[in-house]
Structure formats: structure tokens, C-alpha cells
Write a protein that binds this ligand. Sequence first.
Ligand code: 2RA
Length: 325
Amino acid sequence: KKVNLAIVGATGMVGNTFLKVLEERDFPIENLYLFASAKSSGSKVIFKGTEYTVEELTESSFDRDIDIALFSAGGDISKKFAPIAKEKGVTVVDNSSAWRMDKDVPLVVPEVNPEDISWNNGIIANPNCSTIQVVVPLKALHEAFKIKRIVYSTYQAVSGSGVKGIADLENGTTNNYPHPISFNCLPHIDSFLDNGYTKEEIKMIEETKKILNDYDLKITATTVRVPVKNSHAVSVNLEFEKPFELSDVYEVLKNAKGVIVQDDPQNTVYPMQITADGHDEVFVGRVRRDFSIENGLNLWVVADNIRKGAATNTVQIAELLVSKM
Ligand code: 2RA
């Protein structure tokens, strides 16, 4: 079945990657419509050898036969236009944070909770990039050993904040961050809340519970911007309900969908941002017992935040929708 597909935010970093991934995966497209802001409308985009003209997104943009719309144009655009698209019968897959915690909106990672797309009401949310990469290995571990508590410490690339973030890293400027990110780390992603956490940290905590459908999980997070161009890394500390053998943990990880284990530290084999870059898998290494607690485990989890963390996960959700049509 071929579908009529729209991309909202087609000229942004994630929008461009949508097109690249759609082509790589030979997504079945009948007609393609590209939308962006007024300032980007009129620009030309080549997709599979055909030239497309980007249209300005307006309230009447969905007054045509569109089956699925991929959004990555910021929360305000999603808040306003996803309901308009949905009313026209379009199924929206939204990469922004606007709808993720809405109880009527499934929050989906295809390797983790694909069944949740079945209860969508026209909008499906793509989780935050740092959340996507951790729940992929955690799903299998949770099923095998029942996770009780999670401590996330992230090392997030500047591409997570778009071209401005990359420019600040490369030029030593502070257009996007309050302090230099060159030769520096910033414990500050998104805005601070009254409880001392940032929105990014709360996203990881709350989205993990929703995706794993376990609101008893005890989770804390510290999210940090690091001077890396692309790919996020997360140090994950886990406490399980049950005892485990390390050999069983390895078996579970090696068989987990979407996971590649890279763990031979004696030979300097471990996941790194420069080797995860451009891939869609989640790379796991430094697997070792946390001897400081009962049933404790440490992991190092790395993935391309623009691909698996955003564009590819969104396209995989769209593939699930097509498979149900
Ligand atoms: C970041 N996860 O890395 C956030 C949004 N992409 O900036």
C-alpha cells in the first residue's frame, strides 16, 4: 500500500533526515507534500530524483488527501496544526514534546511498545531522543529482571539543539547556550523548573514510565550538554528487583531488538558517539555489576540522536501505521 505523506518542518535538520531515511528504507510513498515556515517556503528539495517545492504551512494545508504527516517543527507548530491535520483524517507522528504526555496520545518506540499505536486517536508522539535510546535496551532488561530504580546521566551532542548548537560548538560562540560549549560541559538542557530539574530531565523520567508502562519505576536524571557534534551517550545505573547473572544480562542484551553490544574494554571496544553516528541501532557497552547495591548494574548507551533519536524512530512508527492499513 502506498501512502500520501506530508512532512511538516521539511527543511530543518530532522526534516532533512526524514527524507534521507524515507529514501533509504524505501518507504511506500504515493504523493509527498513538504511544509515549512513562510521563510522556507518556495525552497526546492530533491527526493528520489524528483524536485519538490516546499509550501508554507497553513490551516488549509491538510485540505487534500494525506494519510500520514510527520511533524518536526517545534512544539508550538505541533500544538496548533496537529489537531487540524487530525480533524482532516490525517494520522500525525509528532517529534515535538507537545503531545507526549497526553493520555490520549501513544508515546512509541517500535522496538519497545509497538502495540501502543493501536489506541492512537490521530496523533502519535515520538519520544525525546535521549529517552528513545535508553528504553530500547531497558525494555528487555525490565522484562527479564524487573527494574526497580534508574539513574540516568547523559552526555548530549549539540545537534540536539539544531544548527545553532553546532555553530556554537564549532565557533566558540554563545548564540544558543548561556555559556560556551567549546571545551566545556553545560548541566543545562531545555529550561529549569522550580524543583531544580530541567525539562529535559523530567522528559526522560516521565517518558520512560509511559513507554515501559510502569509508573512504579523510581527514576532520576541529570542531562548534560557536551562538546560533541552528534550522537548522545547515557550512563545508566539500574537496580533490579531480582538477582541476576551477568551472563544472563549479556544474553538478554544481545537478543534485544535494536541493540548492538560493543563491550570488550580490554581491547578498547565500547560505544562511542563517533562510531554510533549515522546508524539507527542503540549501542550498549561497559556492562558491569554495580557492587555498591543489591542487584545493581551499570550500562553505557550511545545512539545517533538525529536518526534513532528522532527521524528514524518517527519513520519506523509510520511504517507500523502502513502495516496496519
Ligand atoms: C536536546 N533532547 O538534545 C533535546 C532536544 N532534541 O537538545
